[in-house]
Design a protein around this ligand. Sequence first.
Ligand SMILES: *[C@@H]1O[C@H](CO)[C@@H](O)[C@H](O)[C@H]1NC(C)=O
Ligand SMILES: *[C@@H]1O[C@H](CO)[C@@H](O)[C@H](O)[C@H]1NC(C)=O
Ligand SMILES: *[C@@H]1O[C@H](CO)[C@@H](O)[C@H](O)[C@H]1NC(C)=O
Ligand SMILES: *[C@@H]1O[C@H](CO)[C@@H](O)[C@H](O)[C@H]1NC(C)=O
Ligand SMILES: *[C@@H]1O[C@H](CO)[C@@H](O)[C@H](O)[C@H]1NC(C)=O
Ligand SMILES: *[C@@H]1O[C@H](CO)[C@@H](O)[C@H](O)[C@H]1NC(C)=O
Ligand SMILES: *[C@@H]1O[C@H](CO)[C@@H](O)[C@H](O)[C@H]1NC(C)=O
Ligand SMILES: CC(=O)N[C@H]1CO[C@H](CO)[C@@H](O)[C@@H]1O
Length: 299
Amino acid sequence: MLSAAFVVASFVASTFSAPSPSAGNCTVLWEGRIPQDFTPQSFDQDTSPFNNTIFLGQNQTWSEIVQFPDVPPSLFDITSKPVEISISDESIFAFNASLIETGFRRTELVPANNNNTGDITSGITTIHWSILTDSAHPLNYSHEYQIMWHERTDLAADQLALKTGVPFAPAKEDITVTNPKTLRVVGTNFATPEKNVYVVDFDDDVWHNFAVTIGWETNQTQLYYSRDKEPLEMVSNFTNDWAGQGIIHFGFLRLPIGDPDINIAFEGFQAPIDTFEGLVYGGLFVEDSADGCVSLGGQ
Ligand SMILES: *[C@@H]1O[C@H](CO)[C@@H](O)[C@H](O)[C@H]1NC(C)=O
Ligand SMILES: *[C@@H]1O[C@H](CO)[C@@H](O)[C@H](O)[C@H]1NC(C)=O
Ligand SMILES: *[C@@H]1O[C@H](CO)[C@@H](O)[C@H](O)[C@H]1NC(C)=O
Ligand SMILES: *[C@@H]1O[C@H](CO)[C@@H](O)[C@H](O)[C@H]1NC(C)=O
Ligand SMILES: *[C@@H]1O[C@H](CO)[C@@H](O)[C@H](O)[C@H]1NC(C)=O
Ligand SMILES: *[C@@H]1O[C@H](CO)[C@@H](O)[C@H](O)[C@H]1NC(C)=O
Ligand SMILES: *[C@@H]1O[C@H](CO)[C@@H](O)[C@H](O)[C@H]1NC(C)=O
Ligand SMILES: CC(=O)N[C@H]1CO[C@H](CO)[C@@H](O)[C@@H]1O
């Protein structure tokens, strides 16, 4: 872990030299922080930083889902604002006209490709995201959820996922989950069991800030975490299978409950949802870390 002294020292140095790991001033490759003047309708437009057609219910629009709650900004929302997204019984995504994913409830913001930002799946990049619960519209922790993940372009695997809730298939985990209301970061799901690299309580009323630095050609991976306005600290340094490029999912997918061998996209039980379940996301961006620059915030 980085010590507080290191963070302070780097910040002082950064005012006189090139951005250092804690300068919070690395080159942004993709910007998903929400401008103050964005409305729910902004997410319906193809000018949104997020894909305006995926991933949401077949009969839903983004403007029906997006809300701007009255919460403190996240660590990296300096001039931007957080956004709440939700799932309901309507959150059934249609992969195409005949493949309706009735096993899942899902709503995810993914970076649109209508950008001028360059490649975020080569070199060394750092993905940032922060998550806050909506305690008035909680998740049902009897189900497993993925609440952020990175999926290969060929959809064959998720290289990394942040999960919560009761595991759908405990045999897929390399730890015994005793408290379902935890945030659990796992590496590639090509592996059985998946490698849990970090677990922390998913407390309400606290921003949970994450960043992951990915060496796309080296597989070297660093995970960072902090709460509220604390600077990020490295909590895991591991190797992972990053082959396959792919896309980031900032949002949540509720798995069904059922036997481990069912096809989870189409089978299993989903408890009905009363109104909606919500999560607030903030500080979404990807930066270039090829020169070692990782924004830690908190300065
Ligand atoms: C951050 O980047 C801007 C633009 O490159 C530069 O003007 C500024 O000095 C940098 N600040 C720090 C603290 O490195
Ligand atoms: C969307 O609406 C159509 C027409 O009413 C309906 O047939 C379909 O089942 C709905 N899809 C979902 C996922 O609810
Ligand atoms: C839906 O996608 C599946 C899998 O790619 C494909 O086999 C099927 O033909 C598609 N159906 C339609 C109606 O596009
Ligand atoms: C959104 O995703 C769909 C499906 O992958 C794709 O066809 C479309 O080009 C994407 N749109 C944008 C703006 O990224
Ligand atoms: C990264 O992981 C992939 C998948 O296991 C592997 O093919 C590749 O050789 C690895 N790269 C390095 C530099 O170890
Ligand atoms: C991560 O671990 C690797 C291998 O032990 C080491 O070379 C590297 O310096 C570590 N990275 C950081 C940021 O601590
Ligand atoms: C939560 O999910 C479980 C399992 O599907 C279900 O039995 C329970 O009724 C749900 N609770 C609520 C409050 O919806
Ligand atoms: C996040 C994202 O979709 N980035 C794309 C931005 O545009 C470049 C050039 O078209 C693509 O290579 C990136 O994948």
